[in-house]
Design a protein around this ligand. Structure first.
Ligand code: CO
Ligand code: CO
Length: 304
C-alpha cells in the first residue's frame, strides 16, 4: 500500500514478480452485517473475518479492503467507531490485507462490513456447483453461530459457550482455502446466511446430483441442542428450512433440522473433493469433518 486512508482513494502496488508466476484474475466481494455482540472491537473483528471469507471461498487471496460503516452519530460516539475499526484492522493484519480506505453513511441501525479485493489464479477458482458424483463433502467449522448469538442477545448464553462461538467466528478461512486447493477441491462455498442446507442447495444448483449428509458427522457447537429445545431459534433458521424443505429427504426431527438451517456468520468452508485426496487434506492439519458425499441424482438432500 503506498496511499492509505485519508487521500481521495487508496493505492496498492501489485508486485510484478508475483503476477508473472500465474494466470491471475481479480476477485471482489462486499458484505455488511449488523452487530451480533455488544463489544464494538469484537463486532469489527467478526465482520472483517466474515467479509474476507467469500474471497477464500472462491479460491482467492484477499489483498485490499475498503470499510463501509452505517451509523447514527447521535447514538454512537467516535470511540465506539474507533473500536470497530481497531477490531477490523486486527483481523486484516492477520490476513495480510491492507485497508485502503472506507466510507460512512448515516443509518438508523449500525452496520459494518468490507468490500474486499483479491486475486485468484485462473486454475484455482473454486465455483460452488462443481461437485461430481463420488466426491466427499468436507466442512471446516462447526454450525451454530446463529443460535448462539440469538441466545447471547437473550442473555442466555453461558460464558464458555460464548468463548467457543467467538473463537470460530474469528477464525479466518485462509488455511481452509489453502487446504481445499491442495486437496484439489472441485466445488466450494462458505456457510453463511442460508445455513448448511441452504448452501448445499446452492451448490447442487441445477446439477443432476444428490447430496447425502450424516447428521452425526456434521460438527456443531457443543451446547446447541439445549438452545434449540429452549426455543431460542433465529427466525432465519425457520425461513431457511421452509425454503429447503421440499428438497430434503430425512427422518430427523425439526429441532435437528433447525441446526442444519441455522444462519451462520463467518461460517466455515464447505467443499467437495475426490476421496483419494482425503490423505492430502488430513495432512494439512486444519479442522474439518467429512459430512457426506455426492451421488448421481435429481437435486435432493438426504440426511441420515
Ligand atoms: Co457474501
Ligand atoms: Co459466500
Amino acid at each position: 500500500m503506498i496511499v492509505g486512508p485519508g487521500d481521495d482513494a487508496g493505492i496498492f502496488i501489485l508486485k510484478e514478480d508475483f503476477l508473472k508466476t500465474g494466470n491471475w484474475a481479480l476477485v471482489e466481494t462486499v458484505d455488511i452485517i449488523t452487530p451480533l455482540v455488544d463489544d464494538p472491537y469484537l463486532f469489527g473483528a467478526i465482520s472483517a473475518t466474515n467479509s474476507l471469507s467469500d474471497i477464500y471461498a472462491m479460491g482467492g487471496r484477499p489483498l485490499t479492503a475498503l470499510a463501509i460503516l452505517g451509523y447514527d452519530p447521535c447514538d454512537f460516539d467516535t470511540n465506539t467507531i474507533k473500536e470497530i475499526l481497531r477490531g477490523c484492522l486486527s483481523q486484516l493484519e492477520l490476513a495480510g490485507v491492507s485497508l485502503l480506505g472506507g466510507h460512512t453513511v448515516e443509518d438508523p441501525e449500525i452496520k459494518f462490513g468490507l468490500s474486499v479485493t483479491g486475486i485468484v489464479s485462473r486454475d484455482e477458482i473454486l465455483r460452488k456447483d462443481g461437485g461430481m458424483p463420488g466426491d466427499i463433502l468436507c466442512l471446516t467449522k462447526p454450525l451454530g453461530t446463529g443460535l448462539a448469538t440469538t441466545a447471547l442477545k437473550a442473555q442466555k448464553l453461558p460464558e464458555a459457550a460464548f468463548k467457543e462461538v467467538l473463537s470460530w467466528m474469528l477464525l479466518l478461512n485462509d488455511k481452509a482455502r489453502d487446504a481445499a486447493i491442495l486437496s484439489r477441491a472441485k466445488a466450494c462455498t462458505d456457510i453463511t446466511g442460508f445455513g448448511l442446507l441452504g448452501h448445499c442447495m446452492n451448490m447442487i444448483s441445477d446439477k443432476p446430483v444428490d447430496y447425502f449428509l450424516s447428521f452425526e458427522k456434521i460438527p456443531k457447537l457443543s451446547f446447541l441442542k439445549d438452545l434449540v429445545k429452549s426455543g431460542l431459534v433465529p427466525k432465519g433458521a425457520y425461513d431457511n428450512l421452509n425454503f429447503c424443505r421440499e428438497r430434503i429427504i430425512t427422518e430427523l426431527d425439526e429441532d435437528s433440522l433447525l441446526i442444519l438451517t441455522d444462519p451462520q456468520t463467518s461460517g466455515g468452508l464447505l467443499f467437495s473433493i475426490d476421496p483419494e485426496n482425503l490423505p492430502v487434506l488430513e495432512k494439512t492439519g486444519i479442522f474439518f469433518s467429512v459430512i457426506g458425499e455426492i451421488k448421481k441424482g435429481s437435486g435432493r438432500i438426504y440426511i441420515k
